[in-house]
Design a protein around this ligand. Structure first.
Ligand code: 2M8
Length: 690
């Protein structure tokens, strides 16, 4: 399995950053434990080392404040002096709520923990063994949320505010500029301080000094007020409702409901919280005109109309209504962020690319971040934008494979920036790579019928008046089924089963059983017919044989299940043979096998066949089934190429074919010029695309 080498590299990053108790984000730049980083890291660990995953979160929650706040940083007493600001600056001992024997900062971060714990449970092989951990951590997460709903919910409507840009996790996001700019650093007193970060990382890639002055000014307000939330609320000039923070909170509330169900706790609280926050975000932060959610400046009482990736996060939180989701999608899939098939664009940059102050390399002001894209990936899957989700999936995997496990990546070239060997990049890579790996390794219990099954012979003796009419019906019904019951590569088999179109299609295909009935008026029509028939036969078989998990459940799915056409019986493999005679390399990418690795269904007609074959091949080449790694001189491709050796006899044929559909300049140049490309095969995911 070619991904294995990269999984090992990612694990090495986490090993290097593991302190024995928790994982630092990176040894040099961030030598302590960070709040939301640990959530993402635990998700990665839960794929292969559950003990570390649980210890990661347990260590973090040991630092929980008495009022429930979970601090942004838990300091390592033995690593002090390398980061700024550290405990001497925060002086959290001024607060009666700070824990006694643990050193922490005095702010919090996006509450990803409920969500992370549920993911851990889902990934656990021995689920029962995780129950004691769930029981232990659940009340602590509830306490954290309680703190947010009690102390940070000024209008009691579920919109939770943050009081420092560091609490958003997107420190120097352009979204915070209008609020921070109101702090006139010439007029306020800012304590003396010395930054450490810009001595380790190129200052061009980090926040500016003026930003830090404002960050520090805010911390000074907190400590002067002894971390008393009410007093801070009165004095702090940065009180902001962040769509990212609130979306993550919703995702965690939703997860807590499920965890409560698993450990038999009452789930009313998280359920109410979820509904309240989701509604408030939906009703107050969305701009229908700008097609994005904005942050809200609580002091000015206005939306902060700055478009960043945070504005798409209600997809992750399950907050967006269907209408809102469609608008978000339009915006996300535009040149402002990253359009499918757009040249040289890597996933979703953190800021609208069209803005004058967009920067492809400065921290949260433009680059691509893996955690943000990972959450967007989950959100797109949730709202069934499968193709776009897959695009993010490849990028999340490809960026570290090509450029290293960096903190963030150039949105145009993919170059890695910030610190290298960054933990959440490695952890979330592991999460996706395992997902791919496990799905393709999955074994299905098989059923065998021991003989051929002919799906359409009940109509063999039906009188057929006008063959042209039946052909027309066939194309028309196929089109309707695709249009109405499939979306973005997923098929709603249950809806098809009950639909009138399916009944009519079965009837129509039955009529083709009659001897010598079908004639084609052109090569195009014949090709289109067989491709559609293949795809409809897969659907028909899945429905009739009541396949739940994968076509692999049926022994001989491709050889023993048949349609009688013109008096002869054809299996799926036989239809592939018929199609071979057309010698068109794009055909394998038009045939859908009812699997997750299959391309989306399309209707082929004699008129559209050329363009549809093209888009089928193009979409496949640009899906996670083909991963091109120029820096590694490697391509990882679907086994589909191997199964179609008659079309792709050697490496050159494969490379020349792929090259036609690649947009990215670097990749095309690599395929063009490099003589020594290594090809490795990705296993096929046979899970049903239902
Ligand atoms: C960055 O933030 C810290 C302050 O929290 C910093 O710049 O020193 C952010 O990217 C944040 O989201 C992240 O959690 C942290 C550690 O990776 O670094």
């Amino acid at each position: 399995m070619p991904l294995r080498d990269y999984i090992e590299k990612a694990k090495e990053v986490l090993d290097k950053n593991w302190t024995g108790e928790y994982t630092v984000p990176s040894v040099h730049l961030y030598p302590h434990q960070w709040n939301w980083d640990s959530g993402f890291i635990a998700i990665g660990y839960s794929r292969y080392n559950m003990e570390r995953a649980t210890r990661e979160l347990l260590h973090l929650f040991e630092a929980q404040w008495k009022n429930g706040m979970l601090p942004q940083i838990v300091f390592n007493k033995n690593a002090l002096g390398r980061y700024f600001p550290e405990p001497d600056f925060w002086q959290t001992d001024l607060s009666p709520n700070a824990p006694k024997n643990v050193l922490t900062s005095g702010i919090t971060m996006p509450p990803i923990h409920g969500y992370a714990v549920l993911k851990m449970y889902e990934n656990a092989r021995e689920k029962d063994r995780l129950i004691p951990f769930l029981k232990f951590i659940y009340p602590k997460i509830i306490k954290l949320h309680e703190y947010l709903y009690l102390e940070r919910n000024p209008d009691d409507n579920g919109l939770i505010y943050i009081r420092h840009p560091w609490e958003s996790g997107m420190d120097n996001s352009p979204m915070w500029d209008p609020v921070l700019n109101r702090i006139d650093i010439t007029k306020v007193k800012i304590p003396e301080f010395e930054r450490k970060d810009n001595k380790i990382i190129d200052p061009e890639q980090r926040p500016k000094d003026i930003d830090y002055k404002r960050y520090i000014y805010l911390v000074d307000i907190f400590r002067k007020n002894r971390y008393d939330e009410k007093k801070i609320f009165e004095e702090c000039p940065f009180i902001v409702i962040d769509p990212l923070f609130n979306s993550i909170l919703c995702a965690s509330n939703e997860a807590l409901v499920q965890i409560a169900d698993i450990i038999k706790e009452d789930y009313k609280k998280p359920e109410e919280w979820f509904l309240m926050t989701a509604r408030a975000v939906r009703d107050n932060l969305f701009s229908s005109e700008k097609k994005i959610f904005f942050a809200y400046d609580y002091i000015q009482k206005e939306l902060i109309e700055v478009e960043t990736a945070a504005g798409f996060m209600p997809l992750f939180g399950g907050i967006a209504s269907t209408q809102q989701a469609l608008k978000l999608y339009e915006h996300l899939d535009s040149l402002s962020f990253c359009r499918l098939g757009e040249k040289n664009c890597f996933a979703i940059p953190n800021y609208d690319k069209k803005k004058k102050d967009f920067s492809p390399h400065n921290y949260w002001r433009g680059p691509v971040w893996i955690n943000i894209n990972w959450m967007l990936y989950q959100g797109l899957l949730r709202y069934k934008f499968k193709q776009k989700a897959e695009h993010l999936e490849i990028t999340i995997m490809e960026l570290p494979m090509r450029f290293g496990f960096y903190e963030y990546f150039d949105s145009f070239t993919g170059k890695g920036y910030g610190t290298k060997d960054f933990s959440w990049t490695a952890a979330l890579f592991i999460d996706l790579a395992y997902d791919m790996y496990e799905k393709s390794e999955k074994k299905w219990e098989t059923r065998s019928f021991g003989k051929e099954i002919i799906l359409n012979i009940n109509g063999e003796h039906l009188p057929v008046e006008d063959v042209e009419e039946i052909k027309k019906d066939f194309f028309c019904l196929t089109g309707k089924i695709i249009e109405k019951y499939t979306r973005n590569g997923t098929v709603n088999y249950d809806a098809i089963r009950l639909s009138p179109e399916y009944k009519l299609l079965q009837n129509t295909i039955s009529k083709f059983a009659n001897k010598d009935i079908l004639k084609f008026d052109s090569k195009e029509e014949e090709m289109a017919f067989w491709i559609n028939l293949y795809n409809m036969m897969v659907i028909d078989a899945i429905i009739r044989l009541n396949i739940q998990g994968s076509v692999k459940e049926i022994e001989g799915f491709f050889t023993n299940i048949k349609y009688r056409i013109n008096g002869k019986d054809y299996s799926l493999d036989d239809i592939r043979e018929i199609l071979r005679k057309f010698g068109d390399k794009r055909v394998p990418f038009a045939l859908v096998k009812g699997t997750n690795s299959s391309p989306p269904l399309r209707l082929f007609t004699k008129k559209n066949i050329k363009s549809k074959l093209n888009s089928a091949a193009r979409d496949f080449i640009r899906s996670p089934e083909v991963i091109i790694l120029p820096e590694e001189k490697k391509i990882l491709i679907s086994e589909l190429f191997r199964w179609n050796e008659h079309y792709f006899k050697d490496k050159d044929e494969i490379i020349n074919f792929i090259k036609k559909y690649v947009k990215d300049d670097t990749k095309r140049e690599f395929l063009d010029k490099e003589d020594d490309i290594e090809i490795r095969y990705l296993l096929y995911d046979w899970t049903l695309n239902g």
